[in-house]
Design a protein around this ligand. Structure first.
Ligand code: ADP
Length: 219
């Protein structure tokens, strides 16, 4: 069993690489952003509060994140490992997650840091489209990642939509929060010798091949 974390600024391709790995191996993809969006869709009181925070680009409280995450981890036991996408997002989350892993005799095997400049993040965010049915992510401005038919999901034919937080106003906020809260995790995991740096401006397949080379095909 291997546990993987993707660490990156918004729109660097964490979700895309996680999905590719899950298509080819028996990993469980856990995106805290997706867990939160599912909570928002339920329109509960807590969901409405999460929605407002996400729309303005703020991080959600750690206790909410852990409740959703632990619930998910408890329901997904039969995999080759977990891919965490969008978690941890600050040192407190990382330390608490270490404790949870220790209690379960598990560990993190690889942390992939996908680096991307703010300019490129803004460009990607404004073109990002996602499928509300299967979660596939596209970019209308990129030859590499555009859907074959405009605004339609290649995989399930559903009409693609924009995420409510993908706009120029919130991207600055999200990138700044990333720099202040999430980027310190790079040293945190470097010190544990499990950090691997990848250039997010390369094309999707090239990054994927680099990941496979690092984790090896026989998991
Ligand atoms: P991206 O990384 O492209 O911004 P995500 O789907 O990972 O997209 O996150 C979207 C939003 O969800 C964040 O801006 C934040 O509001 C919230 N969020 C996701 N994961 C976490 C987390 N681990 N802790 C706090 N907030 C989170």
């Amino acid at each position: 069993m291997k546990n993987i974390i993707f660490l990156a600024p918004p729109a660097a391709g964490k979700g895309t690489q996680s999905k590719l790995l899950c298509d080819n191996y028996n990993f469980e993809h856990i995106s805290t952003g997706d867990l939160l969006r599912a909570e928002v869709a339920k329109q509960t009181t807590i969901g409405k509060d999460i929605d407002a925070k996400m729309k303005s680009g703020l991080l959600i409280e750690d206790n909410i994140i852990f409740n959703l995450l632990i619930d998910k981890l408890n329901n997904e036991k039969n995999t080759e490992g977990y891919i965490l996408d969008g978690f941890p997002r600050n040192i407190k989350q990382a330390e608490k997650y270490d404790e949870i892993l220790k209690e379960n005799n598990q560990k993190i095997d690889y942390v992939f840091y996908l680096y991307l400049s703010k300019e490129e993040a803004v460009k990607r965010i404004t073109g990002r489209l996602f499928c509300p049915k299967c979660g596939s992510v596209y970019n209308e401005f990129s030859l590499d990642c555009a859907p074959a038919v405009k605004d339609i999901c290649d995989k399930c034919n559903t009409t693609l939509i924009k995420r409510a937080d993908d706009n120029v106003e919130t991207i600055n906020q999200r990138y700044d929060i990333y720099m202040n809260e999430t980027k310190p995790l790079i040293d945190f995991y470097k010190n544990k010798s499990i950090l691997y740096e990848l250039d997010s401006s390369l094309d999707v397949t090239e990054i994927y091949n680099q990941i496979i080379e690092i984790i090896g095909v026989n998991l």
